[in-house]
Design a protein around this ligand. Structure first.
Ligand SMILES: NC(=O)c1ccc[n+]([C@@H]2O[C@H](COP(=O)([O-])OP(=O)(O)OC[C@H]3O[C@@H](n4cnc5c(N)ncnc54)[C@H](OP(=O)(O)O)[C@@H]3O)[C@@H](O)[C@H]2O)c1
Length: 247
């Protein structure tokens, strides 16, 4: 039986990924979130999507290092974690963050520090077990700071630099770490962008690529794939041109 841990299991990307893992059957899905009722509704749905699907749900404070460490110890007492996906995040209101240091701190914490603490705890457990596949969702926003969302981008940049170090640390082990960098995707996080007419990627397609990249232990996944090219251009634009762009 595969032991799969999903952090931020109520996220649309996480839920779609969990459905793919559940469909394989013979799996124990451990779902972490902050809303017990929503987690249980997702767990119920997952249990009917495959043969021998077991679920466990936990609610915890995603910003507490103590709670994160304790939760990962509890989960690994049952069995080593085969696969973990860290998916939580929040798209901040950038202008509001500029005028409110407390808000900026909370956004940096939930989008940057929190996923890194989960990754550190999970990677340590996987290293002790000698195996495992960990995927962490960053964002294309982490590739270059832009005026429209640099608080979020800074937090996702932190996640990227952390994952690079973790990949270096674990390179000679059987633990694989994947950094997922989605472009704009149709989920509740981007509902306001959709209303504004933005073209968003299908979350089911993004989840299929997340699951495939995690299975393959791919170091970095841009999804949809075109974002690898777009972000190469954005990263390499000379400052004189970049600073004239309204992005
Ligand atoms: N959608 C995009 O266009 C896009 C693009 C690039 C990267 N991403 C990243 O993809 C990941 C998945 O996002 P999604 O698009 O699937 O969005 P989503 O459906 O809105 O899910 C966001 C998730 O983050 C959780 N969350 C938010 N604030 C939290 C907090 N303070 N404490 C605990 N959990 C919190 C939410 O929990 P509740 O359900 O309890 O609110 C939910 O599980 C995130 O890391 C996001 O930054 C998304």
């Amino acid at each position: 039986m595969k032991h799969i841990l999903i952090v931020g299991a109520t996220s649309a990307m996480a839920e779609q990924s969990a459905r793919l893992w559940a469909a394989r059957g013979d799996v124990r899905l451990v779902l972490l979130g902050r809303d017990a009722q929503r987690l249980e509704a997702i767990a119920q749905d997952l249990r009917v999507r495959g043969q021998a699907v077991k679920t466990l749900t936990y609610v915890l404070d995603f910003e507490s290092a103590v709670a994160i460490g304790a939760l990962v110890r509890t989960v690994t007492q049952v069995a080593p974690i085969d696969i973990a996906l860290i998916a939580h995040g929040h798209l901040p209101d950038q202008p509001a963050c500029e005028g409110d240091l407390g808000l900026a701190a909370r956004e940096l914490s939930i989008n940057g520090v929190s996923p890194v603490l989960f990754a550190e705890a999970i990677a340590g457990a996987m290293q002790s077990a000698g195996r495992g596949a960990l995927a962490v969702i960053g964002s294309v926003a982490g590739d270059r700071g832009r005026k429209s969302n640099y608080v979020y981008g800074a937090a996702k940049g932190l996640v990227e630099r952390y994952v690079q170090g973790l990949q270096h640390r674990l390179a000679t082990t059987a633990v694989r770490v994947t950094l997922v960098k989605p472009g704009p995707t149709d989920t509740p996080m981007t509902a306001h962008l959709k209303l504004g007419g933005a073209k968003l990627a299908d979350v089911g397609a993004v989840a299929r690529r997340i699951v495939a990249a995690t299975d393959a232990g791919r170091p970095v996944l841009y999804t949809p794939a075109k974002w690898a090219i777009i972000m190469t251009v954005i990263r390499n634009l000379p400052r004189a041109i970049f600073h004239r762009m309204n992005i």
